[in-house]
Ligand binder design. Structure first.
Ligand code: GLU
Length: 495
């Protein structure tokens, strides 16, 4: 029962309290894919009723992040729509109306418990496993309550929930879940500042915005009975609900971190959408990877473009069990998408990263290099490690021992590098001629190819992991290559 007869209208309803985490982005993505699959609407609603935790930057992070991921919303901030406004603090008068209705019907009540009283209740009741609030104003005379409220006394409004029996709610991913009513608390639906709580505003908006399906994080499962009771109290039919599996850390232990950290090798482990963007993950790769965090198509197909994801997405294949975030897999996906780019497109993408790394790269040379690194690059911001040596006059000093292949010694290096130098001084400077000439030289010396190629690579790149050698030599050009070989030879001699 995952489809209703209503037109599909789904929403992503973040609270702007902090940075835009990939967990939230995954929720947004599933809603987006579901909407597009069914030709429905994807709505963005800002749930900012918690003014204490409001972070003014958060909305920008969010909107920019959604744009980077290409999750364009059909209704919401900046574009409006027929069901606006889409920011909850702009809807306060709407909420007031329904809260008054619940009060008038005796389905909600004013509560004047002080913070001290609540603290006492908590101390008393928590150890017994009871909900904090002891319902002490539930049967208080409403007229008296109104008089106190009119007199300016601070109070909240609470929902009156059933005291006994149970409620069974249906989740499209988990099936039926039963909750005992006695365990539920008469929670606050309007705070003392007159602003509704998340629960109240969320239920009212989902109804008024004609939301057909709610897809949200699994931390909201425990709120389902409360929400269903609220729908019932308001006389409304609830949307279909689906709670998405939690995302775990790469180790599979514990929820995915809310904060960024560094791996033992110093690499950033991003969790915020804007950090993934900054590091150079492509939008399509992110979308493809994230779609598979908690959903699968057929247990084997992994690389799917946006259209394929939209075409194939269904709630039936969302997994109820938690999924781990896997950075290596994301890198692999990003690599796959990077390899589909033309050299020009790749060049244009990497130029800003080079500039940021302080590398003075010219576009024409980078265009020549692009095909060489395209097979190897996984994350755009790694580009400088691959290409920096192309764009410096002097290589930074490297450890001479790197020159030495296995089973050889430093003393073996000068004759090999001198032979390489002499060969490269004479040959035509293109890939095939360099290849043939160096192999000839290897043969003459009676050594293995690697025993010459490794010292050349180090002498001209300063590192072992570098683009393919002959192309690299060709792009660097004879002058630079000979200069670097000479430098290596003289360093060896002085050693
Ligand atoms: N504002 C809530 C959040 O940020 C929305 C939960 C929901 O989708 O109902 O998690």
């Amino acid at each position: 029962m995952t489809m209703s007869t209503k037109p599909v209208r789904v929403r992503y309803a973040p609270s702007p309290t902090g940075d835009f985490h990939v967990g939230g982005a995954r929720t947004a993505l599933f809603n987006y894919l579901f909407a597009r699959h069914h030709g429905g609407k994807f709505i963005l609603r800002i749930e900012d009723t918690d003014q204490k935790r409001y972070n003014p930057e958060a909305v920008n992070w969010l909107l920019n992040g959604l744009r980077y991921l290409g999750l364009d919303w059909d209704e919401g901030p900046e574009i409006g729509g027929d069901y606006g406004p889409y920011v909850q603090t702009e809807r306060l008068s709407i909420y007031r109306h329904y809260c008054q209705q619940l009060l008038d019907q005796g389905l909600a009540y004013r509560c004047f418990a002080t913070p001290e009283e609540l603290e006492e209740m908590r101390r008393e009741r928590k150890p017994k496993g009871l909900p904090t609030y002891d319902r002490r104003y539930r049967d208080y005379d409403p007229d008296q309550a109104l008089a106190r409220a009119d007199g300016g006394e601070s109070h909240v409004i609470r929902i009156k929930l059933p005291l006994e029996g149970s409620i069974t709610v249906y989740d499209a991913i988990r099936g039926d879940i039963t909750f005992q009513n006695e365990k539920l608390e008469d929670v606050v639906i309007v705070k003392s500042d007159g602003i509704p709580t998340y629960h109240m505003a969320n239920v009212i908006d989902d109804h008024l915005m004609n939301i057909s399906h709610i897809m949200r994080g699994d931390e909201w499962v425990s709120s389902m009975p409360l929400h269903i009771h609220l729908y019932n109290a308001l006389g409304w039919e609830p949307p279909i609900m689906a709670h998405l599996p939690v995302i775990l850390n790469p180790t599979g232990r514990g929820k995915m971190s809310k904060r960024e950290s560094r791996a033992p090798d110093g690499r950033v482990l991003p969790v915020f959408v804007r950090t993934f963007e900054e590091l150079g993950y492509l939008s399509d790769a992110m979308v493809n990877y994230m779609a598979l965090v908690g959903w699968s198509y057929d247990d084997k197909t992994e690389i799917m473009d946006r259209e394929e994801l939209i075409d194939r997405f269904s709630l039936d294949r969302v997994n109820a069990s938690p999924a781990s975030w896997n950075y290596e897999k994301l890198d692999y996906f990003n690599g796959v998408y990077l390899r589909t780019l033309t050299p020009l497109a790749l060049t244009e993408l990497v130029m800003p990263y080079l500039e940021k790394a302080g590398i003075k790269a010219d576009k024409a040379t980078m265009m020549q290099i692009a095909p060489l690194i395209q097979e190897r690059l996984n994350v755009l911001s790694d580009v400088s490690n691959w290409v920096d040596f192309f764009f410096v006059d002097e290589l930074p000093p490297y450890n001479l021992n790197l020159l030495v292949p296995k089973k050889m010694s430093l003393a073996d290096m000068p004759p090999i590098l001198i032979a390489a130098r002499d060969t490269l001084a004479q040959t035509n400077f293109n890939h095939d001629a360099i290849d043939a000439a160096l192999r000839q030289s290897v043969e003459t010396l009676g050594i293995k190819a690697g025993q010459m190629f490794q010292p050349i690579r180090i002498a001209i790149c300063g590192k072992l992991v570098a683009p393919p050698l002959f192309n690299t030599l060709e792009i660097l050009g004879r002058e630079t290559v000979l200069k670097r070989l000479d430098q290596a030879i003289s360093r060896l001699e002085q050693n």
